[in-house]
Write a protein that binds this ligand. Structure first.
Ligand code: DGL
Length: 279
């Protein structure tokens, strides 16, 4: 990589991308990360491509103004609809969740029957199908929008009767299609992993896009050094004694702190409200 990565910017339509933030922070604890949640305009998953691209561009511009060296697009909907435009418009590396999840699914499937669940916009974009079939041309990809999963997670109802019933109704189609691998193609779905796993059954491997993208970022930063050093991770980056984490939101911080702290497993301190429109 040409430029040293000192600061990673992560953005999402709202709170859900904290699942990606959490994995990045777990895998790269020495790295400074700033997070932007566009909480004023969430959800992106029901909006048009033009709108999602515009919002994503504004989010990326905001992060570049904060001086980030790498942007991780945590939002599956933005990754599905806006990656081309983002990559064309900025000269820093930009990584999205679609490629990471698709690659991992192709590595794990045996039957080549892969399920993808996500928002309406992600499913409609065909981004996962296209990416999977680029890697594995013969793959049979079944996609399904599960919009009710997002409010369920925001309500904290991830492991109760209602979550299970909704999951059973949604996922029936994919169970009958006999997929052996299922991509959780939305920021919120990793929090429903247990319920989804129970409904799909033990034979189905779940791909958590938060884990996949954190692996990709790690690989990008350290992969070749690790191989060269025979297993020793060479940290060419500046090390921080304390991870320096910053949170920005576009609407009130109360709910972000309340729900986000549950997502992260630690208390979010001092998120700042910012206006990114017209950035
Ligand atoms: N962050 C979105 C995604 O991963 C889910 C919430 C939304 O619709 O904005 O697709």
């Amino acid at each position: 990589m040409d430029k040293e990565i000192r600061l990673i910017g992560v953005f999402d339509s709202g709170i859900g991308g904290l699942t990606v933030f959490k994995e990045l922070n777990r895998k790269l604890p020495e790295m400074r990360i700033v997070y932007l949640g566009d909480t004023a305009r969430v959800p992106y998953g029901v909006k048009s491509k033009e709108t999602v691209v515009r919002y994503s561009m504004e989010a990326a511009r905001f992060l570049t103004r904060k001086g980030v060296d790498l942007i991780v697009v945590a939002c599956n909907t933005s990754s599905a609809l806006a990656m081309d435009q983002l990559r064309k418009s900025f000269d820093i590396p930009i990584i999205g969740v679609i490629e990471a999840g698709a690659r991992r699914a192709c590595g794990l499937t045996r039957s080549k029957r892969i399920g993808v669940i996500g928002t309406h916009a992600t499913v409609k974009s065909e981004a996962y199908r296209n990416e999977i079939q680029k890697i594995m041309p013969g793959a049979d990809v079944r996609q399904l929008a599960c919009p009710l999963f997002v409010p369920l997670v925001e309500e904290g109802w991830t492991d109760n009767k209602i979550a299970r019933n909704i999951a059973e109704v949604y996922l029936d189609e994919l169970k009958r299609a006999d997929v052996d691998t299922l991509i959780l193609g939305c920021t919120h779905y990793p929090l429903l992993k247990k319920t989804i796993a129970e409904v799909m059954g033990a034979g189905v491997k779940l791909i958590d896009s938060a884990e996949s993208i954190a692996d990709d970022v790690w690989q990008m930063l350290y992969g070749s050094e690790k191989r060269e050093e025979g297993g020793q991770i060479k940290n060419s980056l500046q090390s921080f004694s304390e991870p320096e984490l910053r949170f920005y939101v576009t609407d009130s911080t109360e709910r972000f702190i309340e729900v986000g702290s549950v997502f992260l497993g630690f208390e979010i301190r001092n998120p700042q409200i910012v206006d990114i429109t017209g950035e």
